[in-house]
Design a protein around this ligand. Structure first.
Ligand SMILES: [Zn+2]
Length: 315
């Protein structure tokens, strides 16, 4: 028996075919066509899976179902709002429509929630039942698992760690309308902002970053080669993230924190600083909660989507 997992994003949709024990048999991606309010999205996905099924001679009876990760707030499998980054797509039951096209069971959930489900099944939270995932990328998001179940929250907003307030004095406005949100410092753009700020606060301090366009990769590599300013930037970044994790820790008391998203590739230079900062801000009983990097990278979403089929079908 096999499972299909889909991670639908604004640029591409990643698709994976898995065995029931979580082995990824093959994966590929298709372009997400956001034109005409995304009306081609589901037909394109159905065609892609149908083509794989026919090429590999898989009968419908051999497929347990399809899991679908969606880039928006999802409650009980339903997308609550139209997706801005999918051309305004949404406002209908995507599960039902894909299920009718494919004649297969389809289950849907928020993409960050599925990334956590994937990490818990096959990645760095394997075997854990209480986990907090924080994703560090273009934005800062996350997901919460309590007792082995993903917590969606009443409005589908559980795990929106990017909007925990970590600074009282912030003139810039966050995408949510607030000021001083974790996302304003711990996202890729936030990290570059911290870099600009550090460079202007220490005008006489030499740094390789002065002559370059700032990117997270350049900041991490400068820190790795001992650049003093870059090290200060990471200290500051870790300080904000540690505050955010400490707040999440008080609410959920997880067995471990998993850091995912594009910036989680930064490795030990970042992780050791985040652990130290978390230890400073955390409530004493949870001071030693392990913090680790996500293990599945870009495959977390499709892995979790496949897992969703198993957990939903078992209910
Ligand atoms: Zn915010």
């Amino acid at each position: 028996m096999v499972l299909y997992g889909i991670d639908l994003g604004g640029t591409t949709a990643k698709i994976g075919c898995f065995t029931e024990d979580g082995t990824l048999l093959r994966k590929w991606s298709i372009t997400t066509d956001c034109t005409k309010q995304g009306r081609h999205i589901l037909p394109d996905l159905a065609r892609a899976i149908e083509a794989d099924r026919s090429k590999n001679q898989i009968s419908l009876e051999e497929i347990l179902g399809i899991g679908l990760g969606l880039p928006g707030a999802v409650k009980d499998g339903l997308l609550l709002e139209r997706c801005v980054n999918l051309g305004g797509w949404g406002g209908f039951d995507a599960r039902k429509e894909l299920s009718e096209r494919m004649s297969l069971p389809v289950f849907a959930a928020n993409d960050a929630n599925l990334a956590l489900l994937g990490e818990q099944w096959m990645g760095s939270a394997k075997g854990c039942n209480d986990v907090v995932l924080v994703t560090l990328g273009t934005g800062v998001g996350g997901a919460v698992m309590i007792g082995g179940h993903i917590r969606e929250g009443c409005t589908g907003s559980a795990g929106e760690f990017g909007h925990i307030r970590v600074c009282e004095k912030e003139a810039r406005t966050c995408g949510c309308g607030g000021h001083g949100c974790l996302e304003q410092y711990a996202s890729a753009g936030g990290l570059c902002y911290l870099a600009e700020r550090a460079l202007s606060e220490h005008p006489l301090c030499p740094s390789a970053l002065r002559d370059e366009t700032l990117t997270p990769e350049r900041i991490f590599s400068a820190a790795a080669s001992g650049d003093g300013i870059a090290e200060k930037i990471l200290d500051c970044y870790a300080d904000f993230l540690g505050r955010g994790l400490a707040a999440a820790g008080c609410a959920y008391d997880p067995e471990r924190f998993v850091l995912g998203g594009g910036l989680s590739g930064a490795g030990d230079a970042l992780l050791s600083r985040v652990r130290a900062s978390y230890g400073v801000y955390a409530f004493p009983a949870i001071q030693h909660t392990p913090i680790c990097m996500a293990a599945l990278g870009n495959d977390a979403g499709i892995t979790g989507a496949a897992r969703l089929v198993l957990t939903s079908a078992a209910r």
